[in-house]
Design a binder for this molecule. Sequence first.
Ligand code: MN
Length: 201
Amino acid sequence: MQKLTELSYGYDALEPVIDKETMEIHHTKHLQAYITNYNNLIEGTDFVNMSVEEVLKNSSKLDEKIRQGVINNGGGIYNHNLYFSTLKLDTKLTNPQLIAAIDESFGSLDSMIEQLKTAGLTQFGSGWSFLVVDKNKKLAIVKRANQDTPLNEDATAIFGIDVWEHAYYLNYQNRRPDYLTAISSIIDWPSVESRFLDAIK
Ligand code: MN
């Protein structure tokens, strides 16, 4: 069973980039709905005590009747837990290993951010733009539709931008590029650095 994880900050903590109302609805309604649906689908199966990540990695073993629902809602949990725990105002990228990996894969931090934004902008409809550590332990940018995750390619997401309209519409309406630029300025680097170091082990 999955439970709603409390945020380590207030719903207004990311203002003015993300407004309090959007954060509160996103966390207490959208994420909660994924959790409720997931728990209902998985109840009574052998997967009930596994982590969402393990379940998603083993989704081919799920009964066909619940498989897509578990992928959608489990992906919603995985993606949102990442999203909410990797955003913070005014942090700096300082880890030398992560700086070197960004330079190696993208040339520069600015170029990485541009690719992250482009992936989010070109994701037609709803989905995600992710910074991942891929199966070769290299950094890459990938995009996914709906609540799909990079786990299906054996990649670990260390940062992700939600480009579903529910993530930005109150503040940015149709201006997805403005949202992408703004959210790229509130990456919680200490959190991303620690996820990176875990993923390259
Ligand atoms: Mn969302």
